[in-house]
Design a binder for this molecule. Sequence first.
Ligand code: PMP
Length: 428
Amino acid sequence: MSRSEQLFTQAQISIPGGVNSPVRAFNGVGGSPIFIERADGAYMFDADGQRYIDYVGSWGPMILGHNNQVVLDATITAAQRGLSFGTPTEVEITMAEKIRELVPSIEKVRMVNSGTEATMTAIRLARGYTGRDKILKFEGNYHGHADALLVKAGSGALTLGVPNSPGIPEDFAKHTLTVEYNNIDSVKDIFAQYGDQIACIIVEPVAGNMNCIPPVPGFLEGLRTICDDYSSVLIFDEVMSGFRAAPGGAQERYNVTPDLTTLGKVIGGGMPVGAFGGKKEVMDHIAPTGPVYQAGTLSGNPVAMSAGLAALSQLSQEGLYEQLYARVDQLLDGMQQLADEAGIPFTTNRAGSMFGFFFTKEKQVTSYKQATECNMEHFKAFYHSMLKQGVYLAPSAFEGGFMSAAHSEQDIEDTLAAAKIAFSELSA
Ligand code: PMP
């Protein structure tokens, strides 16, 4: 038994499923999760001493790679001054100003401790601001685990919300309308019926929780127009795509401006941080300026702010994004070629430093339905072959991949050498 297997057995006694967040349990790929001991640059090292080239990056935050020296120094220096004060601090102003500089649609921003808090509060704010109860989200988009947002889509066009987790009263879920991602007509139809009751649309402007599915041309623009027509709030959930789809997030990449933006992952540099921000007129409805309540004991924590700021401050390095995009191209173009040579039906998606690959005959994957119809057996076998060869991919076919600035051309070449073997095993 490996050390990871031993630890997993032990973990399951005291921790539900042995993990503190479900996807980590490897339910999506089968087998036992690996336990990581430390990480550095593009690599993670497990409890058995095996090295992995890491394409998960702690599910997005580690855009600079693990153990970034500047982030580490800033974190340690801040910790030595005190872990938490529960008072305003100067670093919070610097953080807010940095976010405004990078994401210009954000005029005011409030810091929280996770992406879930950010989206939960953005929804409350949109409801408080508009005085409306209903919200619209998309099938296969994930916005954290707040009650209103854990609602599954029924198949087909429009479906009144049905909770997809026990513990969410139907009375809550019924206010969440769910339609197909990348299908603007389904949004138009539902607005024609309920438009004057809909407080907001919340969308992942690059869907990263059903593998990686970028918006089709016109989709985000269409959402903007509909929200303008019906005086609904447009929320881009950029917890994942923020600072990844482009330096200014998906809103910069696709040139569509939301009213509110939620952020997480990269803004914490690896510490637990989230944020929501946007138009001053809307943000001023939040307490203490306005009546919509939100608070947090550790919000704007000085150590987390210092870590996040140190990460964000490095993103303007000359050539950093060009390198990220080039590495994604090298990896995905290489994988496509290898799959084609092995005769394995396969396609890829990319948006900045986010990427996805699909075992499918489809030329392009643009919908939740297509993502769920991919060949799961191929994915699982490929996954385990790559893992065995020291490549750590997200352990689910419904998660994207993340490139970091620490990945070298050689790392990608090594990954492709492993992929060649993995594809050949599939076609054998
Ligand atoms: N929104 C999106 C788009 C996400 O990808 C996630 C997490 N993967 C969340 C919200 C929730 O963030 P957190 O896990 O920090 O609560």
